[in-house]
Every structure is written in C-alpha cells, then in structure tokens.
Design a protein around this ligand. Sequence first.
Ligand code: ADP
Ligand code: MG
Length: 261
Amino acid sequence: MDTVIKVENISCGYDQRPVLKNLNFSLGRGEMLGIMGPNGSGKSTLIRALTGILQLSKGRIRLYGKAIEEYSVREIAKQIAVIPQQTPITFSFPSLDLVLMGRTPYLRRFQGESSKDLEIALEAMQRTDSISFRDRPIHELSGGERQRVIIARALAQQPSILLLDEPTSFLDLNHQVEIFDLLRRLCDNDGLTVLCVSHDLNLSSEYCSRLIMLKNGYTYVEGTPEMILTHEHIKAVFETDVTIIKSPYSGAPQVILKPNS
Ligand code: ADP
Ligand code: MG
C-alpha cells in the first residue's frame, strides 16, 4: 500500500504543555483509520498536528514522503481537508457559498469560481444530501444539516486525505450511516485516505480497517477492530465495563454498555 502520511515518533502540545507523546503510525492510500480515546486524550490535537499548524516538539510528519513543514499552506490544502470538531461560522451566507469556499486552494488570486468549480461544489452537496438547502443561510440550518454542508465543503476541496473530528456528533442515525458509507466508498473507489476521530466505537468498528486507541496522549493500542475493541482495553482506557458482541450484519465487534445497577 502506498504510504500517504507517516507519523514518526511525534510529541507536541501547547505552551510547553505536552499532549501527544511519541506517536508512530502510517496511513496508506484508500485506508480508513479510526482514532478513539477519552475526552482530553489528544485526538483533536492530533488532527491539528497533521495539518501542520502545530509545532512539533519532537519527531516528524511526512506527507507523501516529504516533511509537512516543507509544504506551503496552499499545497497542503489541496491534499488535506479537515472537518473540525466545531466550525465557527461568523457570517451567514447561503450554504452553496460555503461549499464553494472549498475551491479556494485552486483559484488564482482575484479569480472567481468557474462553472467547473460550481459543478464540483454541487456534486459534493449531492453526495452529502445537502443540495436541497443550497440557497438557505447556513445559520438557519440545524446542527446536522450544517455538518453535511461542512462535509460537502471538504469534498469540494478534492483532497486526497480527509481528517474528521467527531463528524457524526450532530447527525441523526440515517445520516450517521450515510456519511460513513460515503467515506467508505470514497476510500474504496477513489483512494481517499481518511482519518476519523470518533467517540462512536461501534461506527468506527464497522467502517474502519484499523483503529488507534489513545490514552493520555500516547498510543495505548493499535490494530484491527477485533484486536482493539476488547473488554480489557476499554476498561483500561475508558474505565467502563462493556461486553463485546459480533454485529449480526457484518461480524464486526460491537460494544455493549453494561448498566451500573
Ligand atoms: P480530545 O480531542 O481528545 O478531547 P484535545 O486534543 O482537544 O483532546 O486536548 C488534549 C489536551 O490538550 C487537553 O488536556 C486540553 O485541555 C489541552 N488543549 C487542547 N487545546 C488546547 C489549547 N488550544 N491550548 C492549551 N491546551 C489545549
Ligand atoms: Mg476533541
């Protein structure tokens, strides 16, 4: 498998405060990697590090073999799209305009979007089932509708890598499955590489080929869903008792919570 991202023993944090410690992993073309871990374990920090905006205190991140700091912001934006945990939107404008912003890395200075850019933006909205609110102001959409528009913006960027930070938090059940199905298809058919932070262990298990469980900023375990989602690991990392069963649909491990009383 072609290596797209290689994380080589990185440590980083904020103002001398270490958060991530000695992380090592690689991501291949078309792969979907799930990142899980309790609140504060460093998941969002990892996403920031992978976009090159956080200074590493140790180690190196390589993008297609080249150190990430050797890329310009624009070059990175053509390869990596990010769906942050929260997207602050200060102005209200039509959803389609937000999706068109995904085309920015491809536009020359002072150049407007072409009909081709519009076509790409509309197709991205089709794919995330958000086309029906293309003309509605982004502020008037529900959390889940807005999230689908934001995912469309990321797709309009035509990245080779997509980093998602808890993308399904605001989505109802059918859209959770739709978005993960879409991601899986993009990986399988178009060779998109996906790194997805999710607190939904069961969705991650169903869709990701590999999982990394973080604890206090270091990799606690990494491997296939079968290797990672065990009672022992979840007890150690999330301090919760669970039972693992196999999905009757796919055979993927699924986590069943145990009530305390
Ligand atoms: P997660 O996404 O897994 O919940 P984060 O990566 O957001 O965790 O945070 C990891 C740690 O880094 C936490 O202790 C958090 O308080 C701290 N942290 C996150 N963002 C900042 C920031 N901008 N400045 C200082 N500390 C931060
Ligand atoms: Mg987070």
